[in-house]
Each structure stands twice: as structure tokens, then as C-alpha cells.
Design a protein around this ligand. Structure first.
Ligand code: PLP
Length: 453
């Protein structure tokens, strides 16, 4: 139990600030950080957290301390190749030097905004983003986390259309705030919090007809529909790629019934799947699009929505605070990171890099699937959003553990326990990809023996 002790708090904060500001830690200091981290997580974060982590890392003593480009390191300098990418944050790599330089320059000028003067970077970012997003997407609202962006998208759909219901999909993942989890497609994350937003219907993913039937039936019984929300590829459900034409068909349905089409590009966007935005593949412009994760270049958290002018009605123009007013949303530091990220992505054609490296991975993964069909059941992917499916969740955990022991970081997906993702930075070199594949094969061989597959 932690009791109130201001003197101890000051001493501890002073010691830790010193660790952060120091270039080198002593062996004793490192050992102490490991010991205290375990204690602190158990006492003040959640005792379950380390147990959960351990199932992947086999050892809770790996304490993350630094990172660079395509890997991160623990306190003792053990290097792990990053094939998780922070669930999609690190598309431009870890501490990308160009983005870091921009953010440091902004930090030396001013970090957070007055809330009252006009902050130019927010405007520049909104304008730049409008130029790289599909069709006539124009108005931006910046937030801090993905779920918060989803809240804004849901509210805007009701505000703009006057409708009440939302249609979401089975297996969907949009975050864990109340609105976002109301749209979520996995019972385990919803049950304890029921009732949530009542006006939601879930339909099968990839089935546009089911979407239309739900809308038609609601209207038939006197209800109204504000919006549909979909991921263009379901990431957390295990990289579920819908049939080609799905997004276009949903777009047509939304137009037919006057329903806002919300496309959640938080994970698929910013080059991850081989194009800047996944909805470009079907040449579809959503009414509202969300983005996040890689948007801040792996350095600053920044997320948001961008909407078409038809969504940005007079009520919202007359009262800009009606949608939301997050204190930190679109702050200068975060905007500087996002602007620098867009520059980096365009200069280096990161979407193309993700596409080519994704194809390289897929060829090798398909070969492994052929060689070990009883272990590796399926591989799916677009760009560098890839997943491997195993016969049982336990096999997937074992392979993730095997990879971690061989210094490659991966993890499962949130909604589908049988899948393990490969979601590395786009700047991961081909040599490192080959290394990952070698280590994956070794881990598969071990799992094959252990599970007698
Ligand atoms: C498609 C999608 N939407 C929303 C979110 C929620 O984002 P956050 O975790 O930043 O709230 C995620 C997170 O994984 C996501 O994959």
C-alpha cells in the first residue's frame, strides 16, 4: 500500500528525473529500475499486467529503455527487432531522426498552445491533410487518442444527419471509450459495461447486403440511421480483408439512405497497407474518416477526424465547441510531429515501401505455410499489416514467445486470439526481414514439436 508521503515522493521523483536526464546508468541503477518497475506495476498499475506481458516475453525483467529506427532495447542493451510496430504507430520507425528534429525545434519554441490565440500549425496540418486525403475531405478536428477520434466521428454523424442509429460490424475494433466500444464487435470487451449506446446494430463484416438490410429495416420501423462505421480492413480481428467492391457498395448504400459513411483508418491509414489510405484502393471517399497511430510519426500522440463539407453544417460552424473541445487536441508539438511525418512519408514514398516489403514478407510466409501446414494455417495481409493464423491460440502464444526469445517482438490481435501480427516499421531493412523469417521458422519448428502438430 502506498501512503501519503510528500518527502518520499519528492526524493523519488528527483532520482527518476536524474535517471531520465543521465546519458549512462550504472549497473546498480539498472538493477534497481528493474526491481522497482516490477514492484510498481504490481502495486500501482495492475498486478495482472506483468502476468499478461510474461505470457509473451517469458520474462518480466525486460524493461524497455531506448529505441531506434527498427528496434528497441531493454536497460541492458538487449535489442529486439520490432515486428509489432506499437500496433501500427511506428510506420516511420522509432525516433525517426527527421521527425524528432522537427519536434525538438517546436519544443524549443512553444510546446502547448494558449487555447485562445490562433495556433498556426493546427491550420497548416488541417490544410496539408486535406491535400493527401481522398476526394473532398476538408474539415479536421484533432484529438489525442484513437477512441477519442471515434467519439468525434460518431457525434458528427448524428449532428450532420439528424439520424440516431449506427451500424457497425462483427469483429470490429474502434477503441475502448463508451462510444467506441458500443461499436465494438467482441462481446468480452462490452458485456461488463452494458448498457451502452443503445442505437447500434452489428452486421456481418464484408457483407454490404446485410448492411443495407439493417438500415432498411430500421427505417421501416420508424427509426433513423446516423452512420455506418467500418474499418477498411479489420486489423484487430486478425487482418480481415473484405471482398473488393465492399467499400464501394457501402458508399452507394450510404448515399441511397442519407447515412454518413465513417471509415476508421486509425490502423490502416498513413501508408500501413501499401497506400496512404486503404479506402483509396476502391477509390472511395468516406463522409468522415478517422486517423491516428502512425499519424504522429511514432513520436507524438495525435489522432483526429476529417470530414466532407456536407458533414460540416451551420450548427457546427455557429458553435465550434459543440462537437468537442479537448484541451490538448491539435497541440503544436503534436501538429509539428504530424506535419513532419507527412513530409517524410511523401518524400520517401512510405506507402510504396510498405507495399513492397509486405509483398516480400508474404512470399516468404506463404512458403512457410506450405512447409508447415499443420502449424501455420493461414497468412493474410496488405502492405505491412500482416497476420499469421494458427490452429489454436496456445500455438500462437508459443510462437510469439519463441520469437521474443530470439529477440523479435510480435503480438496477437485484440479480437482474434488465434492470430499473430507482423506489423513492423516500413523502414525495416530487407536483411532484418530475412532474419525475422529465419527466427520465425525456428519458432514454428519448436511449436510443431511441442504441440505434436
Ligand atoms: C481501427 C482502430 N480504431 C481505433 C483504435 C483505438 O485507438 P486508441 O487505442 O488510440 O484509442 C484502434 C486501436 O487499435 C484501431 O485499431
Amino acid at each position: 500500500m502506498t501512503l501519503c508521503n510528500k518527502k518520499a515522493a519528492l526524493e523519488q521523483a528527483t532520482r527518476i528525473v536524474n535517471y531520465i536526464e543521465k546519458d549512462e546508468l550504472t549497473k546498480e541503477e539498472k538493477d534497481l529500475i528493474v526491481k522497482e518497475s516490477i514492484l510498481n506495476f504490481n502495486e500501482n498499475v495492475n498486478p495482472g499486467w506483468l502476468e499478461y506481458r510474461k505470457s509473451v516475453s517469458t520474462d518480466a525483467t525486460f524493461v524497455e529503455w531506448t529505441d531506434s529506427v527498427d528496434h528497441f532495447e531493454d536497460l541492458y542493451g538487449n535489442e529486439f527487432i520490432d515486428c509489432l510496430g506499437g500496433f501500427g504507430i511506428f510506420t516511420c520507425g522509432h525516433r525517426n531522426p527527421e521527425i524528432l528534429k522537427t519536434v525538438k525545434a517546436q519544443l524549443d519554441r512553444y510546446a502547448l498552445h494558449s487555447q485562445e490565440l490562433v495556433d498556426p500549425l493546427r491550420g497548416y496540418l488541417a490544410n496539408t491533410l486535406a491535400q493527401i486525403t481522398p476526394g473532398d475531405l476538408q474539415y479536421c478536428f484533432f484529438t489525442n487518442g484513437g477512441a477519442e477520434a471515434i467519439e468525434m466521428a460518431l457525434k458528427l454523424a448524428r449532428l450532420a444527419t439528424g439520424g440516431k442509429y449506427y451500424i457497425s460490424t462483427i469483429g470490429a475494433f474502434h477503441g475502448k471509450s463508451y462510444g467506441a466500444i458500443s461499436m465494438g464487435g467482441k462481446g468480452a470487451y462490452r458485456q461488463d459495461y452494458l448498457p451502452m449506446i443503445q442505437q447500434v446494430q452489428h452486421v456481418e463484416y464484408g457483407n454490404a447486403e446485410a448492411m443495407e438490410t439493417a438500415i432498411k429495416n430500421l427505417i421501416h420501423v420508424g427509426e433513423s440511421v446516423a452512420g455506418i462505421i467500418i474499418e477498411p480492413i479489420q486489423g484487430e480481428a486478425g487482418v480481415i480483408i473484405p471482398p473488393m467492391g465492399y467499400l464501394k457498395a457501402v458508399r452507394a448504400i450510404c448515399d441511397k439512405y442519407g447515412v454518413a459513411m465513417i471509415v476508421d483508418e486509425i490502423q490502416t491509414g498513413m501508408g500501413r497497407t501499401g497506400t496512404m489510405w486503404r479506402c483509396e484502393v476502391e477509390d472511395v471517399t468516406p463522409d468522415i474518416m478517422t486517423y491516428g497511430k502512425a499519424f504522429g510519426g511514432g513520436i507524438m500522440p495525435i489522432t483526429g477526424i476529417i470530414a466532407r463539407p456536407n458533414m460540416w453544417g451551420q450548427k457546427l460552424i455557429d458553435n465550434p465547441w459543440i462537437l468537442g473541445s479537448p484541451t490538448f487536441g491539435g497541440n503544436p508539438l503534436a501538429c509539428s510531429a504530424a506535419l513532419s511525418t507527412i513530409k517524410f512519408m511523401l518524400e520517401h514514398d512510405i506507402p510504396k515501401m510498405a507495399k513492397e516489403k509486405g509483398e516480400y514478407f508474404m512470399v516468404k510466409l506463404e512458403a512457410l505455410k506450405k512447409k508447415y501446414p499443420t502449424v501455420l494455417k493461414e497468412v493474410r495481409g496488405a502492405g505491412l499489416l500482416i497476420c499469421m493464423e494458427f490452429p489454436e491460440a496456445e500455438v500462437g502464444y508459443e510462437i510469439t514467445k519463441g520469437l521474443f526469445a530470439r529477440k523479435v517482438m510480435t503480438a496477437g490481435t485484440l479480437v482474434n486470439a488465434k492470430t499473430v501480427r507482423i506489423e513492423p516499421p516500413a523502414v525495416l531493412s530487407y536483411e532484418k526481414i530475412d532474419l525475422v523469417m529465419e527466427r520465425l521458422e525456428e519458432s514454428i519448428i519448436d511449436a510443431k514439436k511441442e504441440f505434436k502438430l
